[in-house]
Design a protein around this ligand. Structure first.
Ligand code: PMV
Length: 274
């Protein structure tokens, strides 16, 4: 039996825009997926056909997979890319980062069609990352922030494929470019929640204008801001999933949000690569 482990992620700026070649900033977060694999002639895993198809793309020789994840599924925290990287790590030995990423993308393509690669890249590398799609993508590691964030979970899974297709149907070029244009300011202020917060809130407004937010996500963002968050935004494809809020006293914000009936948890970037 061999075991692989990988973190989750949050996109601080650039979801959707990254699909069109604009820069994005994402961080790995310390909630993990663990995959155990034992030899088997076919691919066996508890889950749906798409999961087995994705695992088959990684393990054509077969394998019995057992998966444990601390990440909410389909919530914009990278559950599928985390699973893909953890499975590659369980299957492979001594892969370079590029090989790990290239293999994880095989599974990501089964899950999402034509993903930008941002999720798998930040999850495989850990830390914080500026990412721009291309052949090859441009990736710049950034110092990971030291803050603890508050993740608010709508409890409603979002459908990344459907949200990406919805954005593609609109004429959103200027909005997507505007999202891309704040990525570098976000990257420059990663560790300063006073400066970073308002940029995240602005990014949320742009995602809302793009049509990927929901009344529930807007409500959660509004509640966090009313409780003194320096900023908040939805993270990931939208249509459900999670929002991130920053606050000088994250535990106090989490408790206040829970007292109002919301699902809130603390998240931190892992301090070392996993
Ligand atoms: O899988 P999610 O919900 O974290 O969204 C991924 C980010 C998108 O930009 C919407 C899609 C992509 O391929 O980058």
């Amino acid at each position: 039996m061999s075991v692989g482990r990988a973190p989750g992620k949050l996109i601080l700026c650039g979801e959707h825009a990254v699909v069109y070649g604009h820069p994005a900033i994402a961080i790995a977060v310390g909630l993990f997926t663990e995959v155990e694999v034992t030899p088997c002639r076919r691919v066996e895993a508890e889950g749906d056909d798409r999961l087995r198809e994705a695992l088959s793309a990684l393990a054509p020789q077969g394998g019995r997979f057992s998966i444990r994840s601390e990440l909410p599924m389909g919530a914009g925290m990278g559950s599928s890319a985390s699973l893909a990287v953890a499975a590659v790590r369980a299957l492979g030995s001594a892969l370079t980062l590029e090989e790990e990423l290239e293999q994880a993308m095989r599974a990501e393509r089964v899950f999402h069609g034509s993903p930008s690669g941002l999720d798998a890249a930040v999850i495989a590398r850990g830390g914080a990352l500026r990412f721009q799609r291309g052949a090859p993508p441009a990736m710049t590691p950034l110092p990971p922030p030291s803050w603890t964030g508050v993740v608010l979970d709508t409890g409603v899974p979002g459908d990344t494929r459907a949200m990406v297709a919805q954005v593609a149907r609109g004429a959103h070029g200027p909005l997507l470019a505007e999202i891309g244009s704040i990525a570098d300011a976000i990257g420059d202020h990663l560790d300063n929640i006073g400066l970073l917060g308002p940029l995240l809130t602005h990014n949320h407004a742009l995602l809302r204008a793009l049509g990927v937010s929901t009344p529930h996500l807007d409500h959660l963002v509004g509640e966090a801001l009313a409780l003194g968050a320096t900023g908040a935004k939805l993270c990931g494809a939208g249509g459900g999933g999670v929002a991130l809020a920053l606050h000088p006293d994250p535990a106090a914000l989490r408790d206040a949000l829970r007292a109002r009936g919301h699902r809130a948890m603390l998240v931190r970037p892992p301090q070392e690569r996993q």
